[in-house]
Every structure is written in structure tokens, then in C-alpha cells.
Design a protein around this ligand. Structure first.
Ligand SMILES: CC(C)(COP(=O)(O)OP(=O)(O)OC[C@H]1O[C@@H](n2cnc3c(N)ncnc32)[C@H](O)[C@@H]1O)[C@@H](O)C(=O)NCCC(=O)NCCS
Ligand SMILES: Nc1ncnc2c1ncn2[C@@H]1O[C@H](COP(=O)(O)OP(=O)(O)OP(=O)(O)O)[C@@H](O)[C@H]1O
Length: 197
């Protein structure tokens, strides 16, 4: 059985960048956002389900995030419905990953780790974080989401302070070097706790 490290953090806090640091260190990473992208692709099980309810969100057989964002902006309740469709499919993919994982440590990279109760599948949690100002600048700086989209997503996520309080480790993402050091330290600490260390 692998040590399961949950990696989470609010939108734009640096989760994907930090997950890549774990992957670079040789740790298998399961990425919830990537699974959603796969399921939204043409022929993906989520695309097949979404087309039945929101055909206007589909482009060439795949879910268009741009179109879906527009639908959700007009009616935020649609996001609840989308989650009901998507989350069980994502959970099935995660269960399969954990079942076949053979590495001593694996990472579950999940934006809604606490919100979906997936923290109960983890041996410990690390939260990525930076200041609220930096977070906003990062997300709006990407030029994809409107300020309203960002606020809606934020309002649906557990506040950063609460995530930090629940985590064993907080990885600050102001600098790449600092985050890399934290990742290394965390892996060293976990390695010491492994059964045959
Ligand atoms: C809302 C959507 C269309 C926005 O797509 P877009 O490409 O602009 O952003 P992306 O998917 O990269 O998400 C950006 C970040 O928003 C946050 N986020 C995504 N979905 C949600 C959600 N349902 N609730 C809260 N935060 C969310 C995460 O921090 C994520 O990393 C898309 O995220 C979506 O379809 N979400 C529903 C599926 C879901 O719940 N995914 C979360 C992982 S299980
Ligand atoms: N440790 C770091 N030092 C400096 N910049 C960083 C660091 N980590 C991430 N960033 C920058 O912050 C931005 C957001 O990073 P990333 O995409 O990893 O965040 P995320 O939390 O996965 O975002 P989302 O939740 O929106 O998917 C990127 O521009 C990235 O370059």
C-alpha cells in the first residue's frame, strides 16, 4: 500500500506547478483536472452525459470549457449539476489509480479535495498557497476567466485559511525554488515514516 499524499489548493495557488515537482521527483501523480479534461473529450463519458443536458456546451463531440463557462456564468446552478455528473466518474478513475499504484508514495492532485471528502482517502495533506493578491493576479492574468467567473469559483471553494488549518504541510508558492525545497522536505519526511524505512 502506498502512502497517499493529497495535494490541494485554491484556484491559481500553484497546484499544477507543484504537482509537476512531485512528478519530477519520481512520484506518480493522479491529476483530477486532467481526468476531467479526458472525460470531457470527444467520446469521453462526461461528454456523453453533458450532451444530453447541455448540447449547447458541446463542440465537435467534446465539452467546450469556454461554452460551459458561459452557461455557468448565466446560471451558476448548472455547475452543481455538472459536478453531479462529473464527480462520480472522476472518483472511479481515482479508485482505479489507487488500486494499481505500486510506488511507496503517490500524490492525489485535487482542487476540491476537502470539499468532496476525498481527504479521507489520504494519509496526509499538503496545501499550496500564496497571498490572495497574487492568486487573483495569476488567475486574471491568464486572460481566460472573467472576474465574475473567478469569484464564482472562489465562492465554491473552501477558504484558503481553512485549507491551511486542515493540512499537515503548507507549500508556499511565491517562488519556484521555495516550493521545490518544500516538496523535497515533505518527501524526506514521508520516507522516514514508511513502514520499512
Ligand atoms: C468550471 C469549468 C468549466 C471551468 O473550466 P476552465 O477550463 O476555465 O478551468 P479549469 O477546469 O482549469 O479549472 C480551474 C480551477 O478552477 C477550480 N474549479 C474547477 N471546477 C470547480 C468546481 N466545480 N468548484 C470549485 N472550483 C472548481 C479548480 O481550482 C481548478 O483547478 C471547469 O472547471 C468544470 O467543468 N468544472 C466542473 C468539474 C469539476 O468539478 N472539476 C474539479 C475537479 S474534480
Ligand atoms: N512556486 C511558484 N513560484 C512562482 N510562480 C508560481 C509557482 N507556482 C505556480 N506559479 C505560477 O502561478 C500560476 C498558476 O500556477 P498553476 O497553474 O500551477 O496553479 P493551479 O493552482 O494549478 O491553478 P488552477 O487551480 O487554476 O488550475 C502560473 O503562472 C505559475 O507559473
Amino acid at each position: 500500500m502506498s502512502f497517499v499524499l493529497g495535494l490541494t489548493g485554491s484556484i491559481g495557488m500553484g497546484k499544477s506547478t507543484t504537482a509537476q515537482m512531485f512528478a519530477d521527483a519520481g512520484v506518480p501523480v493522479w491529476d483530477a483536472d486532467a481526468v476531467v479534461r479526458k472525460l470531457y473529450g470527444a467520446g469521453g463519458s462526461a461528454a456523453d452525459a453533458v450532451v444530453k443536458h447541455y448540447p449547447e456546451a458541446i463542440e465537435n463531440g467534446a465539452v467546450s470549457r469556454e461554452k460551459l463557462r458561459a452557461l455557468i456564468a448565466a446560471n451558476p446552478a448548472i455547475l452543481d449539476h455538472i459536478q453531479k455528473i462529473v464527480h462520480p466518474l472522476v472518483a472511479a478513475d481515482r479508485a482505479e489509480f489507487l488500486e494499481i499504484a505500486v510506488a511507496p508514495i503517490v500524490v492525489l492532485d485535487i482542487p476540491l479535495l476537502f470539499e468532496t471528502g476525498t481527504d479521507s482517502f489520504c494519509d496526509a495533506i499538503a496545501v499550496v498557497s500564496t497571498t490572495a493578491v497574487e492568486q487573483r493576479e495569476r488567475v486574471l492574468g491568464r486572460g481566460e476567466m472573467s472576474e465574475a467567473d473567478f469569484e464564482l469559483i472562489l465562492s465554491r471553494q473552501m477558504p484558503d485559511a481553512e485549507k491551511r488549518a486542515r493540512a499537515r504541510w503548507v507549500i508556499l508558492t511565491q517562488t519556484l525554488d521555495g516550493a521545490r525545497r518544500s516538496v523535497k522536505d515533505i518527501l524526506v519526511e514521508i520516507a522516514k515514516e514508511l513502514p520499512d524505512a
